[in-house]
Design a protein around this ligand. Structure first.
Ligand code: FAD
Length: 457
């Protein structure tokens, strides 16, 4: 009996339960990746993500080839492609690691259709630490507050399982279906090559993901809690794109971190935010389309003017920390977390532009663009998400710059000219305008603003 392993957001060989299960197949395995940009619930990838996917697939293909397994590439609707490949290779079993966003409905239909054709289908947990249906309040509801959520995770009866080793040996199935040519998928830009800065900064693939984790854990863990807020320090693990593409599993990160013996609580709680974002997306698969707080449906966003939106995208707002972040993003496909918060607050509050516009830009430009973490965090900043920042929390980009880039190192690196640019908006006036808009959704347009003055962070 041969088994088809369907790779999705899990482009690795270690701690890959679907591959581990398939490695026991009598007649060997067939490895498949489907580029599906057409099925309902699938959000077509942004440019930076496509770049990453190309590199990651070629690394996975090479790693599988070393073990004698070809990676079959196909394009189209998974619900059509997977059964076609199953019949081409005569597989009697299909395995995959679960997905938790809107695509899972298609996965469920496919599972049923294959089972109806007497194919044995098995799905496994692989992308999260905890299955979303296992973490719930006493009333059986999803958590809305992060601290309670993470406490529940930490005391869950089933802690994250130990990561599985890479299968000792793999054997290819007897039939080898045809594969598309990765180059022909056109995932990488041709001229102009806007991805040169991304290629300089990042090296996709499982080997680099493990090496990054090792380097991160070899550093002094006590520097992380403070350093992670300083964009010039590069104290973060830089694991987010590797986790996004499943080049390393969160279980591996979890267990290796604990084994390191350092004080990794704060680092693991960041992994907890990833978990919280995904559990939220599991219950709200339309996370990138609608605020969790329905009152925000009526929020009076401004129609973005061509000038202010493009100044934000290009990093030409005259606010150096925002500009530095937006240019880091454009050049490298990444932006430091603190700066993401400041740039997102600036767009949604000072420019009063809909968070979905910013979310879409990040979706297109981030190498770690993630269907849960990106909309979740945008909603958090905008004030309409789960456990969101209070609506009156409007980051002052100048104060943030003084606190988190006091020597100006980060700004000097990415946007030194921004210091001389005119500011595109008056912070005091735009802040008052945002507060009035937020009051109108909280209390209704007629109600008075709260007597207590809001704080500025
Ligand atoms: C507006 C906005 C958009 C964002 N979009 C994304 C996104 O598309 N993809 C993404 O992975 N992260 C996103 N984040 C979260 C965060 O900025 C990145 O995960 C972090 O910068 C990655 O750097 P790191 O790997 O060095 O993190 P570390 O500090 O080393 O943290 C370890 C891991 O924890 C996870 N993590 C950390 N912070 C968060 C968070 N706030 N939410 C969810 N997971 C987190 C990441 O997987 C990260 O790799 C966004 C944050 C904001 C404010």
């Amino acid at each position: 009996m041969s088994t088809l392993v369907w790779f999705r957001d899990d482009l690795r060989l270690a701690d890959h339960p679907a591959l581990a299960a398939a490695s026991r197949a009598r007649d060997g395995i067939v490895a498949l990746y489907v580029l599906d940009e057409v099925s309902p619930g699938v959000r077509p990838l942004g440019g930076a993500a496509r770049w990453w996917l190309h590199a990651s697939l070629s690394r996975l293909r090479a790693a599988l080839a070393e073990r004698g397994i070809p990676l079959i590439l196909r394009r189209g609707s998974a619900e059509t492609v997977v059964p076609a490949v199953v019949s081409e290779c005569g597989a009697e079993q299909v395995t995959w690691n679960r997905r938790y966003g809107a695509e899972r409905h298609g996965d469920a239909r496919l599972k049923q259709a294959l089972r109806d054709s007497r194919i044995d289908v098995r799905s496994f947990p692989g992308g999260l630490l905890f299955e979303p249906w296992r973490i719930a309040t006493r009333a059986g509801e999803p958590y809305r507050v992060y601290s309670a959520f993470w406490r529940a995770c930490l005391s869950a009866p089933d802690p994250p399982a130990l990561p599985l080793p890479e299968p000792e040996s793999l054997r290819a199935g007897p039939r080898r279906p045809a594969s598309d040519d990765l180059e022909e998928w056109g995932l990488r830009p041709t001229a102009p090559d806007w991805a040169a800065g991304i290629a300089e900064r990042w090296s996709p693939g499982e080997a680099e993901a493990s090496a990054r984790l090792r380097r991160f854990l070899a550093r002094d863990p006590s520097a992380y809690p403070l350093g992670r807020d300083l964009p010039a320090s590069r104290a973060g693990s830089d694991l987010s794109p590797h986790l996004r593409w499943g080049e390393i599993s969160p279980r591996t990160v979890w267990h290796r971190s604990l084994e390191s013996g350092g004080d990794v609580g704060e680092f693991l709680s960041e992994l907890g935010w990833r978990e919280f974002a995904w559990h939220t997306a599991f219950h709200r698969p339309d996370l990138h389309l609608r605020g969790i707080d329905a009152r925000f449906d009526a929020f009076p966003w401004r129609e973005p003017g061509a000038d202010d939106l493009s100044a934000w995208r290009r990093g030409e707002t005259g606010f150096p920390l925002v500009d530095a972040g937006m240019r880091e993003l454009w050049r490298t496909g990444f932006m430091h977390n603190r700066v993401r918060m400041v740039a997102a607050s600036f767009l949604t509050k000072n420019l009063l532009i809909d968070w979905r516009v910013g979310e879409a830009w990040f979706w297109d430009t981030l190498v770690d663009a993630d269907a849960a973490s990106n909309p979740f965090n945008w909603q958090w900043v905008a004030g309409c998400g789960a456990d969101a920042a209070p609506y009156f929390r409007i980051f002052n980009p100048l104060t943030q710059q003084r606190r988190f880039d006091p020597e100006g190192e980060y700004v000097d690196r990415w946007a030194p000219d921004s210091l001389l640019r005119p500011e595109i908006v008056d912070l005091r006036i735009s802040r008052a305008r945002a507060l009035a808009a937020y009051d109108s959704v909280r209390y209704g347009a007629e109600a008075p603003a709260p007597a207590q003055g809001p704080s500025e962070t």
